[in-house]
Design a protein around this ligand. Structure first.
Ligand code: GAR
Length: 375
């Protein structure tokens, strides 16, 4: 078959497919998107979508609709090319192209049994018009997890990096989130300047508009983003969670670094960057999780405490420990004096772990980061 022989399906033929499946008690799965530069994240997502039912139809945004959504430089590949590549996947049964920004008309025409959407959405954050069309069609809505670090944007970002004839790995692309003084962030920037950490900070994100953390970022000319997380300190709105995710995606981030970010990071970011989010915590976890860990160690009469770099999972302060550094508690220590020494240890530990990550191309395992030091 030559490229010009390929023709996308019409909504009418997909509707016939849906009715045929329906008659056999089978289910049609529908999803939509731009699918501009196909990557493994897309393929795994589509395979999972197909597994939800008995056939999968993909509605592709037309070129005009991708331009309206993503700007004048997109798509990279034309709608016919994108459709042809998509239709060649074993997990895809039919491809239709739609011209609107929203897939509402397609949903109404096809009335799929199941609608699959990538995990950057929640049922609540789906477009209201599309959601209403899905509800009217009695469609079952399923949100599927995204694959960490895979996106068309990050592929494009990597392609824009200067060609490197020595084949040396590019700097680790990190985004840092914080809410406070920003001393850990400052330590990361200094380690980069010294040449101890081969990384590029592509975004600094905070929930506090005027905190020192963001000022440090501005001074270092790192792109800064304030995300209004809502009035309640312990609750972050779904819209804010999505906004954080979108900043990270646009920044093309390998590792998300939490440095005293006083909000709980949730989906879509947690799934999308699973295994690629680290937090620095001021205790020797699993001891003294949560807030006020330094005071708690003092009050418990501990002889030592320290700091931990760990992966972030939905359960707060419970992810895999990547490295720890211990700090002796001295007689007469106050919360302030102890905090100073714990933070000094943090400022060494966090850049060390990130540099290990950059060298290994993956999260270091604890025995690779020999970081238990007295300070
Ligand atoms: C750090 O000491 C970090 O361990 C702590 O917040 C501080 C942020 O300081 N994090 C937590 O307590 C998380 N539970 P910084 O803004 O100066 O880096």
């Amino acid at each position: 078959m030559s490229a010009s022989d390929y023709l996308p399906s019409s909504p009418e033929s997909v509707r016939r497919l849906r009715d045929e499946l329906d008659a056999k008690g089978q289910r049609l799965v529908f999803t939509n998107g731009c699918f501009d530069l196909l990557h493994t994240g897309h393929v795994r997502y589509l395979q999972q979508a197909r597994a939800l039912g008995d056939a999968l139809v993909v509605a592709l945004n037309s070129d005009a609709s991708v331009r309206a959504l993503k700007g004048p430089n997109r798509p990279v590949n034309s709608e016919n090319d994108r459709a042809e590549v998509m239709a060649a996947l074993r997990c895809v049964d039919a491809v239709v192209i739609f011209d609107d920004v929203r897939a509402t008309a397609m949903i109404e025409a096809i009335r799929p049994h199941i609608y699959a959407k990538g995990g950057d959405y929640t049922v609540e954050s789906l477009n209201a018009e599309e959601r209403a069309a899905l509800q009217a069609a009695g469609t079952d809505i399923r949100i599927l997890p995204l694959v960490a670090g895979k996106s068309t944007t990050s592929t494009l970002t990597r392609m824009q990096l200067p060609a490197n004839s020595t084949g040396e790995k590019p700097p680790l692309r990190i985004a840092v989130l914080g809410s406070g003084a920003g001393t850990n962030f400052d330590a990361i920037l200094k380690a980069i300047t010294r040449g101890d950490l081969n990384a590029k900070v592509t975004a600094a994100i905070s929930d506090i508009a005027d905190c020192p953390f963001l000022k440090i970022a501005e001074a270092a000319e790192v792109p800064t983003f304030h995300v209004d997380c809502g009035p309640e300190p312990l609750r972050t709105t779904a819209a804010a969670q999505k906004e954080i995710f979108e900043h990270l995606q646009r920044a093309g981030v390998d590792v998300v670094v939490l440095t005293g970010f006083m909000r709980i990071l949730k989906n879509p970011t947690l799934d999308a960057w699973a295994g690629h989010i680290v937090n620095i915590h001021p205790s020797l976890l699993p001891k003294f999780k949560g807030r006020n860990a330094i005071r708690a160690a003092l009050e418990e009469g501990e002889l030592e405490t320290g700091c931990t770099v760990h992966l972030v999972i939905p359960e707060v302060d419970k992810g895999t420990i990547l490295a720890q550094s211990s700090v002796r508690i001295e007689i007469g220590d106050t919360e302030d004096s102890l905090r100073k020494r714990v933070q000094k240890a943090e400022h060494e530990l966090l850049p060390t772990v990130l540099q290990q990550w950059r060298e290994l191309g993956t999260a270091p395992t604890p025995n690779l980061v020999a970081a238990t030091t007295d300070s």
